[in-house]
Design a protein around this ligand. Sequence first.
Ligand code: PLP
Length: 420
Amino acid sequence: MRDETKCLHSGYTPKNSEPRVVPIVQSTTYVYDSTEEVASVFDEPTKSLIYSRFANPTVMAVEEKIAELEGGVGAMCTTSGQAATLLSILNICNAGDSFISLTEIYGGTVNLFSYTLKKLGIECIYVDKYASEEEINKAFKKNTKAVFGETIANPALSVLDFEKFSRIAHENGVPLIVDNTFATPVLCKPFEHGADIVIHSTTKYMDGHAVQVGGVIVDSGNFDWTNGKFPELVEPDESYHGISYVENYGKAAYIVKARMQLMRDFGCYPAAHSAFLLNLGLETLAIRMKQYCENATAVAKYFEKSDKIESVTYPGLKGDENYELAQKYLKGASGVISLNIKGGRENAIKFMDALKLASNEVHVADIRTCVLHPASETHRQLTDEQLVAAGIEGGMVRFSVGLENIDDIIEDIQQALNAI
Ligand SMILES: *Cc1c(COP(=O)(O)O)cnc(C)c1O
């Protein structure tokens, strides 16, 4: 199946007389005929359902759909993108370990990596996207367990150099974890370009309608966990009566471990109803993504011509710093544009407050056009130094183009620019 078809049909195939639409299984628990059967379910927890803290049929249908869209061997949904990022790291890093991350990433991820993981004894070593391979190799320590980056960075909109970073990760014996939120599997399939684990904030394009927060981790099944660096995936898990994830689950070792250890213990699993809503968003993802890209290209070109704008960042624009990488890895540059408005913070805020159709809100990648001022909102907690590293300036506006008629979007922009 192609993406448009997978969006509609993957993950749930009703049999004779069963519901056409994936049912909402609103139950915390599952019934068995005997104690012995319940006991056997604990021996093979991926075979049957036990408890909705870590598995539920509605959520699993969505997990399978996303795994198929990404081309992975398995997926696990989480209650937020933040939870997906956290678990993707905790699944392979313990206190005393480190991992490498590109500097241009989402502000919430910077907080998680720089402060909260540090408190747990896990060090994040930041590297610049333009750092030489030699420099990056030097940043690796014995305890370094992963490399992390974003396909299209939020909000810097730089495109990940998959070839470079997957090669560096693999030469150092660690997986490349990629946050594919802005691209979605419709615009980029990171596993085809060397990524090993993908995460998403499904809150954005996947849901698309701003109705529920969620996340997902997808496992490519391609990484060799037996290279000596990841004993927890190979050696018996004492907390699961001596199971070896690699031995028992083969290619799905990472994602099964994430569910059986981390989801069991942390319980940040979405409710069936949330997964049902996410599925509705996913059904139209492929066709929506095409239209976001088309609208955003028109808006980016319009901004480019305005004398009120210092610069426009959109990887789909010819001449953009990331245009070549976008051509190489993306089928489209998504609906998100970054602007730098002349006159800095003051004029950026004037422009945003004058918009009528586009809403001023803490969101991005929605079906409706929306704007955000990263320096004073999402990235407020960052120091000036961190802001520069994340590619953010005072005049920066993150403009998320929605699916309204393109002429209405542009007329709104026109009148707001006139207000500056
Ligand atoms: C929003 C976002 C996150 C965090 O996701 P939540 O669902 O808000 O927790 C992570 N990464 C990127 C790129 C995002 O845009």
